[in-house]
Write a protein that binds this ligand. Structure first.
Ligand code: GRF
Length: 215
C-alpha cells in the first residue's frame, strides 16, 4: 500500500495543521505525509506555519471566483495532481459543495469543538456555555453534504468548570484537538477505520491522554 498523502484545509491559526505536520514529520502518522495546505485566506497565520514546516500552500481568494464550484474544481485538480488520499478539514471556514465532498466521500474528515450532534455550526464553544452544558468536547467525523452531520469517528469529552470562560474552554478544546486529530489520522492511514453506514468501527478505542503518550 502506497503511503497516504494528506491535504489539510484551514483558514486561520492552524494549531491543528501544526500538530498534524509535526506528527507526520515525527513518523507518528503511520507513514502518511502532509503534502499540502489549502487556505482561503492568503494572510492567515496557518500559511506561515506551512512555510516554516516546508509544506506547500495553495491559497486563494474566493472573491476572485464566480462560484464556490469554480474554485473547488481548481482545488480538486490540485488534489488529484498530488495523489491526495485524505482531506483533513482543520478550521476551514468555507461551505463545501458536492464537487469536493463527493470526490472525497469517505476520505474527508473534520474536527468540531462540541460533542456532535450537539451544537453544530459556528460558535459551538459559546453555544455550549450559553446552554449551560456541564460537559462538552471534541468530535472528529467524516464529512457528508450536511452541516457537521457526517458519521462520527472519535470524540473526547471535556468538563465545563464553574468559572469557565469561552477563552479558557477554547484553550482546553484546542489542546484536546491537537492530540485527538493526529491520532485519528494515524488510524485512518493505517487502514483501521471502517465505515459501516453511519457507524464507524475502530478496533482500538483507547486514545492517548496527551502528546507524550501518543507515540
Ligand atoms: C478548531 O477549534 C476546530 O475545532 C474548528 O476550528 C478550529 C481550528 O483551530 N473546526 P486551529 O486553526 O486548528 O487552531
Amino acid at each position: 500500500m502506497a503511503p497516504l498523502r494528506i491535504a489539510v484545509f484551514a483558514s486561520s491559526e492552524g494549531s491543528n495543521f501544526a500538530a498534524l505536520a509535526a506528527a507526520a514529520s515525527a513518523g507518528r502518522l503511520a507513514g502518511a505525509s502532509v503534502e499540502l495546505l489549502v487556505c482561503d485566506r492568503p494572510s492567515a497565520p496557518v500559511v506561515a506555519k506551512a512555510q516554516a514546516a516546508g509544506i506547500d500552500a495553495w491559497t486563494f481568494n474566493p472573491k476572485d471566483y464566480s462560484s464556490r464550484e469554480e474554485y473547488e474544481r481548481e482545488i480538486l485538480a490540485e488534489l488529484r495532481g498530488r495523489g491526495i488520499g485524505l482531506v483533513v478539514l482543520a478550521g476551514y471556514m468555507r461551505i463545501l459543495t458536492p464537487v469536493l465532498v463527493e470526490a472525497f466521500e469517505g476520505k474527508m474528515i473534520n474536527i468540531h469543538p462540541s460533542l456532535l450532534p450537539a451544537f453544530p455550526g459556528m460558535h459551538a464553544i459559546r453555544q455550549a456555555l450559553e446552554h449551560g452544558s456541564k460537559v462538552t468536547g471534541v468530535t472528529v467525523h467524516f464529512v457528508d453534504g450536511g452541516l457537521d452531520s457526517g458519521p462520527i469517528i472519535a470524540q473526547r469529552a471535556i468538563e465545563i468548570g464553574e468559572d469557565e470562560t469561552e477563552a479558557s474552554l477554547a484553550e482546553r478544546m484546542h489542546a484536546a484537538e491537537n492530540v485527538l486529530y493526529p491520532w485519528v489520522v494515524r488510524q485512518f492511514a493505517a487502514g483501521l477505520i471502517a465505515l459501516e453506514g453511519r457507524r464507524v468501527r475502530l478496533p482500538d478505542r483507547i486514545m492517548p491522554e496527551n502528546d507524550s503518550e501518543d507515540k
